[in-house]
Design a binder for this molecule. Structure first.
Ligand code: SAM
Length: 290
């Protein structure tokens, strides 16, 4: 089967199967072999690696992944793409194609089954409409991960890297900092895709930490506190946290915790560092209603 990094070959496959792009699935297929090489190089694959690819499309990047990695699990939601993938990947016996919605897959169980629970490398040109839930889901459900190398919208790559005090700072930036070290590999023009997306893109590599940079008593609670703090951006931490029933903390408890930290009650989440959130969640954990 011909390489799909070549645009002519991609168009031939699309025509052969009379494929209709589905906007609702964020389908923009890569047609630039330099970018494909860059993504796969930066993922640093070896034959010992198992790769999880989210949204293989017609299998363009999957071909590169299958050649460099030991095995590839490719999860694709669009039923119409499955016969195409079977065709374009017919030369490879190390690819498993699953016709599933990635947001509904128990990825930790899948990794246990396919890679004996050893860390996998995620490599994907993501569907942009669900970038945040995919990345948050991978981190928060404790899938064993080595790294995540993904194409995302350029603005989202920026949001993943910013620190406190900027308007883009939020739960995604904090999760990325807690779980990984982020590095932008390259900026990608809309011309590298068919059809062209309306936005610029970036490849970002998240190398997952062995140990998080901040130690907390309860990681799930830390992220509940973070999510509640950014749910309504204009609210103070005081209001955001005491209005979040899942936290089970009273206004009085939040007020005491902020006092203990020596910060004002009018402070907003966007000025809090990861360390601040770690300390706040540990203090609040002790003050939770049973
Ligand atoms: N990897 C291909 C490439 O680079 O040419 C396609 C990338 S395209 C941006 C995103 C792919 O994700 C599409 O094939 C789309 O059908 C698939 N997709 C969208 N939502 C999905 C979901 N919830 N679960 C799995 N795949 C999904």
């Amino acid at each position: 089967m011909a390489y799909l990094g070549n645009p002519g070959n991609t168009i031939e496959v699309l025509q052969k199967y009379n494929f209709n792009f589905q906007k609702k699935f964020g389908q923009n297929f890569l047609i630039d072999d330099h970018i494909l090489e860059k993504i796969v190089d930066s993922a640093e694959l070896t034959k010992d690696d198992c790769v999880l690819e989210i949204g293989p499309g017609i299998g363009t990047m999957t071909q590169y992944l299958a050649e460099r990695a030991g095995s590839v699990i490719a999860v694709e939601i669009d039923k119409a793409l499955i016969p195409i993938l079977k065709d374009t990947l017919s030369d490879y016996d190390n690819v498993t194609i699953l016709n599933e919605d990635i947001l509904k897959v128990d990825i930790a169980a899948l990794v246990e089954e396919k890679n004996g629970g050893r860390p996998v490398k995620v490599v994907a040109n993501l569907p942009y409409y669900i970038t945040t839930p995919i990345v948050m889901g991978l981190f928060e459900s404790h899938v064993p991960l080595d790294s995540i190398t993904i194409m995302v919208q350029k603005e989202v790559a920026e949001r993943m890297q910013v620190g406190p005090g900027t308007k883009d700072y939020g739960a995604l930036s904090l999760a990325v900092a807690f779980y990984s070290k982020a590095e932008v590999v390259t900026i990608v023009s809309p011309n590298c895709f068919i059809p062209k997306p309306n936005v610029a893109s970036a490849v970002i590599r998240l190398k997952v930490h062995g140990e998080p940079p901040v130690t907390v008593k309860d990681e799930a609670f830390l992220f509940q506190v973070i999510h509640a703090s950014f749910r309504q951006r204009r609210k103070t931490l005081m209001n955001g946290l005491s209005n979040a029933p899942e936290l089970r903390v009273s206004k009085q408890a939040v007020s005491e915790a902020l006092q203990e930290m020596g910060v004002s009650e009018s402070i907003r989440g966007e000025t809090f560092t990861l360390e601040d959130f770690g300390r706040l969640s540990d203090i609040l954990l002790e003050k939770r209603e049973k």
